[in-house]
Design a protein around this ligand. Structure first.
Ligand SMILES: *[C@@H]1O[C@H](CO)[C@@H](O)[C@H](O)[C@H]1NC(C)=O
Ligand SMILES: *[C@@H]1O[C@H](CO)[C@@H](O)[C@H](O)[C@H]1NC(C)=O
Ligand SMILES: *[C@@H]1O[C@H](CO)[C@@H](O)[C@H](O)[C@H]1NC(C)=O
Ligand SMILES: *[C@@H]1O[C@H](CO)[C@@H](O)[C@H](O)[C@H]1NC(C)=O
Ligand SMILES: *[C@@H]1O[C@H](CO)[C@@H](O)[C@H](O)[C@H]1NC(C)=O
Length: 427
């Protein structure tokens, strides 16, 4: 054994001894090159060790290895390269000084460690951050190339609320989400002028995203805000399904039904249809014809539901987004055409072309019917829950809508009274 180990060494030495006396240039090059290679290999091994160990030390209780500053920097560079410094975009909001954080239950958690934990890479602790729009979209568009997750990933549903100001139906949603921690995330986009916050015990507390977008009804700013919501939700690697809601939306089923419906679905739910009249193809602008033919123009509900794959495509869209921003203005209503058209053109196979949010257009006009207190009855809720038929994963079902709008604040009392029973809220 010992002899075998030594043999290569002695023969190498012998080789050098044989070569050196010759005094030529060639052997010296060999020697220098050999030492150089050895040095590179050695430092490389050392660096690799540090990179992989630094992750383990954070969680193991065994005596921590000495993690050098440079190894940490290497680690953070590997996982999340810094955003380009040359960016011109304006910050979305003044940067926040984060010393402690609030978890999904609204409970404050103190940072008691200096290292960037593995979990910090999977999910930002705060909904607010100091990324500007360009940085945010870039970060949200990252896709892992290794398919197997190095942790037990429970797919979450991201509930994204696009609101003007307060959420009057928050108490209903609080009941809906009760006991479902770990299966959902919440993101709220409110207008920057709104300066109140939800009470600490609410699921909405601390879930407002950073934005300087003043959203106006029917204008392109709506699409921009929707894209910000998607991008923020994508930062959490566990979010798998993404649903857009408003302050006047209610859930029609309990959490477990909605969660299963969405996470098991083979399709996305972006409403899309071809309407020939003035409020459909009539809104098409011929300046778009290089990229979109009038036959490809679609209309549909703004209230979408999509999977992670589609969400990543939408935040990365550099083609149609600027086109709509330029040519779909005012009476074009981009919020009713951008997603329906783009999804129908680029991802027609995986879209169901129907929206999951029930809304009543039967009264006509530019706005759907609004429900007031006395409208809310068990019969109404039952009708919305199962009053129609549609396709789900290739089968016919009578569960076609998981959400409904528009419910005015005055409906809250009766909703709180009927909903838990009619919708069989999870206990
Ligand atoms: C919120 O804004 C209103 C007016 O826009 C102002 O009167 C009020 O003081 C503000 N509240 C806080 C907490 O900043
Ligand atoms: C749907 O997902 C749930 C998990 O929420 C699972 O228990 C159930 O078996 C799935 N159903 C189908 C038909 O795949
Ligand atoms: C949805 O619309 C697209 C494009 O118009 C079409 O190709 C697709 O078959 C439709 N899907 C369903 C489920 O109807
Ligand atoms: C859909 O129908 C097929 C047969 O037609 C059945 O095997 C399958 O279980 C059904 N799926 C659901 C979710 O009901
Ligand atoms: C949730 O609602 C479904 C019907 O939509 C029902 O079958 C189920 O029992 C409810 N879950 C709980 C925990 O009550």
């Amino acid at each position: 054994m010992k002899q075998q180990e030594q043999r290569p060494q002695t023969s190498l030495l012998k080789l050098f001894n044989d070569l050196l006396p010759l005094g030529g240039l060639l052997p010296k090059f060999f020697l220098i090159g050999f030492g150089f290679t050895l040095g590179i290999i050695a430092s490389f091994c050392l660096m690799n060790n540090q990179i992989f160990n630094s992750h383990d030390t954070h969680f193991s209780s065994s005596p921590p290895l000495q993690v050098t500053q440079s190894a940490l920097v290497q680690l953070s560079l590997l996982i999340s390269p810094p955003a380009p410094v040359t960016s011109q975009a304006q910050p979305l909001a003044p940067s926040l000084q984060i010393t402690s954080s609030v978890n999904e239950n609204g409970i404050e958690e103190k940072d008691d460690h200096q290292l960037i934990g593995w979990k910090d890479y999977l999910k930002p602790l705060e909904a607010m951050h100091d990324l500007n729009e360009e940085e945010l979209l870039w970060r949200a568009s990252l896709v892992p190339q290794i398919e197997k997750f190095p942790y037990k990933r429970i797919p979450k549903v991201a509930f994204m609320f696009l609101t003007r100001g307060p959420l009057p139906l928050a108490p209903l949603w609080d009941k809906f989400f009760k006991g479902q921690d770990g299966f959902y995330s919440i993101y709220v986009h409110s207008n920057p002028s709104f300066n109140e916050s939800e009470p600490q015990g609410s699921v909405f507390y601390g879930r407002r995203i950073t934005s300087n977008k003043e959203v106006r009804w029917g204008e392109f700013s709506m699409i921009e805000a929707e894209r910000l919501l998607l991008a923020n939700a994508l930062l959490d690697f566990s979010n798998e399904r993404f649903v857009l809601l408003s302050e006047s939306c209610i859930p029609l089923f309990n959490f477990s039904t909605i969660y299963s419906y969405l996470t098991n679905s083979t399709q996305t739910f972006v409403g899309a249809f071809d309407e020939l009249g003035p409020v459909g193809r009539g809104r098409y602008n011929h300046h778009m014809s290089e990229l979109i033919e009038i036959e490809q123009w679609r209309k549909g509900s703004q209230w979408f539901e999509m999977d992670r794959q589609l969400a990543i495509q939408i935040v990365s869209d550099n083609t149609f987004f600027p086109l709509f921003k330029k040519f779909c203005k005012r009476s074009c209503y981009a919020d009713e055409h951008y997603l329906p058209t783009v999804v129908s053109m680029r991802f027609p196979k995986t879209n169901s072309n129907r929206s999951l949010t029930w809304v009543d257009w039967s009264k006509g006009g530019a706005h759907p019917a609004r429900f007031i207190r006395t409208d809310v009855t068990k019969e109404l809720l039952d009708r919305l829950r199962s009053g129609s038929n549609c396709q789900y994963n290739g089968n016919t079902t009578n569960i076609c809508h998981l959400f409904a709008r528009k419910f005015l604040p005055s409906t809250l009392d009766r909703l709180l009274r009927f909903a838990p029973e009619v919708m069989r809220f999870d206990k």
